[in-house]
Write a protein that binds this ligand. Structure first.
Ligand SMILES: Cc1cc2nc3c(=O)[nH]c(=O)nc-3n(C[C@H](O)[C@H](O)[C@H](O)COP(=O)(O)O)c2cc1C
Length: 361
């Protein structure tokens, strides 16, 4: 019996296995309109046809200024929703669940396109950029000092997440994940390193978590009861005076009480130039801590690259599911290889691909 290939049900959605596509920015909206296009369709379709249980989209802007770069995808208008609908439909035809990661870039917004030499510097308005925003006037090193969000700005962010969630439901997505990790807006509010507010959104842990919890409340108000809601956290900033794994566990617990179901545990991204020892499965202990202290269900991600590694993380009780990123870029059909390596027979090969069933080698 494989844990990796055991279905998992959360609210009204059953995932056919626990090997899921980690959210990955594509930077492929080359018209700078946030419209998912043929590239996004191909990427989602190939990963879904490759046997994953859940395709999760890239960080998707809830407003134009919520994007990380001008090339990031969005879901702030109906035309974008309709493009996503096409992608969701293809993912469903392949038997996978479809999820969207709703995001606001915060103080890391208006960057140059990822994986280019220009990336890592704020793109000015004169070049099509916009003003990044944050809880406090504290810059991510290398980027501009963000404009500070006032109450009206915070209210708009919450409204934008709510409207984006409505469009995500209309597009047919099964799952919404809130991006609260990697130094973007919600993480900026959570971490004491980027949040020095003295109002009800700063100071105590409760106050720093308020934005996330209000976004959860808003999304829960507008999506069906049957829809699972995930949150991705950076469990730690990897520095002593920063955001800590124990804080993540507490906030995950509160988030769970407010209607978030499942937690996707990553780390880092708030500050730069710190040493992180990135070894295989290096974030698994973070997932384990959040799961245990927070009493919540959670997935592990990060440098998980083999079937047996993924299987043992689940079998040893460290996580409830596995998100995989780069290994699925290397081999979009990895889940079928993993099934063969674990001695599991799956019945969801696309018909033609049965010609290449690993068992027939
Ligand atoms: C090309 C690329 C784009 C990424 N974009 C996102 C993103 O949009 N949202 C996010 O939460 N994480 C993003 N990540 C992080 C991945 O989801 C994942 O956590 C990370 O790659 C570690 O997993 P891996 O070792 O299996 O690749 C990205 C990673 C890569 C390689």
């Amino acid at each position: 019996m494989s844990k990796l290939f055991e279905p998992l049900t959360i609210r009204g959605v059953t995932f056919r296995n626990r090997l899921w596509v980690a959210p990955m920015c594509q930077y492929m909206c080359l018209d700078h309109d946030g419209m998912p296009n043929d590239w996004h369709l191909m990427n989602a379709g190939s990963l879904a046809a490759g046997g994953t249980g859940l395709f999760l989209s890239e960080a998707t802007g809830v407003s134009p200024e919520a994007r990380i770069t001008s090339e990031c995808a969005g879901i702030w208008n109906d035309a974008q929703r309709d493009q996503w609908k096409r992608i969701v439909s293809l993912v469903h035809q392949q038997g996978a669940a479809a999820g969207i990661q709703l995001a606001h870039s915060g103080r890391k917004g208006s960057d140059y396109r990822g994986f280019t030499a220009a990336a890592g510097v704020t793109k000015p308005i004169s070049e099509g950029g916009w003003r990044p925003v944050g809880p406090s006037p504290i810059a991510c090193p290398g980027l501009d000092v963000p404009d500070v969000l006032d109450q009206a700005g915070i209210d708009k962010v919450i409204d934008d997440f709510g409207t984006a969630a409505v469009r995500a439901v209309e597009a047919g997505f099964d799952v919404i994940e809130i991006h609260a990790a990697h130094g973007y807006l919600i993480h900026n509010f959570l971490s004491p390193l980027s949040n020095e507010r003295t109002d009800e959104y700063g100071g105590s842990l409760e106050n720093r978590a308020r934005l996330l919890l209000e976004i959860i409340d808003r999304i829960r108000e507008v999506v069906p009861e049957s829809m699972p809601l995930f949150v991705r956290f950076s469990a730690t900033d990897w520095v002593e005076n920063g955001w800590q794994t124990e804080d993540t566990a507490q906030v995950a617990h509160w988030a769970n009480e407010r209607g978030a179901d499942f937690f996707d545990i990553s780390s880092g991204g708030l500050i730069r130039d710190i040493f992180i020892s990135v070894s295989p499965g290096y974030q698994v202990p973070l997932t384990e801590t959040v799961r245990k202290l927070g009493n919540v269900a959670a997935a592990a991600v990060g440098k998980i690259t083999s079937a047996h590694q993924a299987e043992s993380i689940l079998a040893d009780g460290h996580a409830d599911a596995i998100f995989m990123g780069r290994e699925l870029i290397r081999d979009p059909h990895f889940p079928f290889r993993a099934a063969a390596e674990l001695g599991v027979t799956v019945d969801y090969y696309p018909l033609t691909y049965t010609a290449a069933d690993w068992g027939s080698r």
